[in-house]
Write a protein that binds this ligand. Sequence first.
Ligand code: PLP
Ligand code: COI
Length: 339
Amino acid sequence: MDTMDWSNLSFGYMKTDYNVRCYYRDGKWGELEVSSSEQINIHMAATCLHYGQEAFEGLKVFRGKDGKARVFRVDENAKRLQSSCDGILMAPLPTEIFIEAVEKVVKLNERFIPPYESGASLYVRPLLIGMGAQVGVKPAKEYLFVVFVTPVGPYFKEGFKPTPMVILRSYDRAAPLGTGIYKVGGNYAASLVAGEKAHEMGYSAVLYLDAKEKKYIDECGPANFFAIKNNTYITPKSSSILPSITNKSLMALAESMGMKVERRQIPEEELSTFEEAGACGTAAVISPILRIDDLEEDKSYVFSKDGKPGPVCEKLYHKLRAIQYGDEPDTFGWVRIIE
Ligand code: PLP
Ligand code: COI
């Protein structure tokens, strides 16, 4: 591990030592199992393969200056996974098992937690899938919960630097009353074509508008949207976006810094009035937005003239990271030390 170039990690998969698994059979969740295999043995008629019974989570573990490993808001991820399970009729996993599994897999892969100085972190990826065989469109009777980890650097390769994003009006990610509020694989499948198109054109992500009216800002491909003006933190209220735990945390931080917080519909035209804009999420942390182009409407909204993050993005970013790495006291009770 001494040879690892921790500071130059990208956001990708790296094999680690162990993963942790739990099976749901005969109407109940079993004991946690430790595995060193990267493979899952799966029935060819499993519902996750045919009918998209799959939900996942993403959270991070940070090593502090004191060497301790800290996991951020793990209880919130446990709750969101339960909500995703309810949303696509999978057996929900109790919070205690979720937290125990995360702690266990982190401890077993302790040597993969990047050092404090690197600015990298250990990404934890829980997933829950329908394992039982069905041919008719029905929920499975058996499920598998797996958690693996992988050390990661920034999601957008630029790191904490503004990047351009694009509105592509001929694509939607999620329907207003569909599954956008759940973290299920199908939403990401639905975003692949637009995402690749955006990347080919040099954009870091797609910014989706609401699918019904094509009028309001929804969210970015892998992250929520927020903007700043008049000492106010503004973020979309929508029935088709994922309730981001990072966004929820930033709202609390903004308030604690004396800012106003508004969660409401954001019409696209309002983009021209914002002083700063950003994408936020576990993987994205805060990714400031340089510019948003609405190609079909031939409009462009610029948020950074000098290519640098704005002062509020900067402040929020450092505050959040300081809490996550344990540099500042955890006054909100967001951090759990794994010993
Ligand atoms: N929106 C989408 C579509 C995401 O995939 C994610 C990532 O988890 C987020 C928002 C950010 O959510 P969180 O801050 O909980 O990671
Ligand atoms: C995360 O931020 O954890 C995500 O899941 C985003 C993306 C990698 C899907």
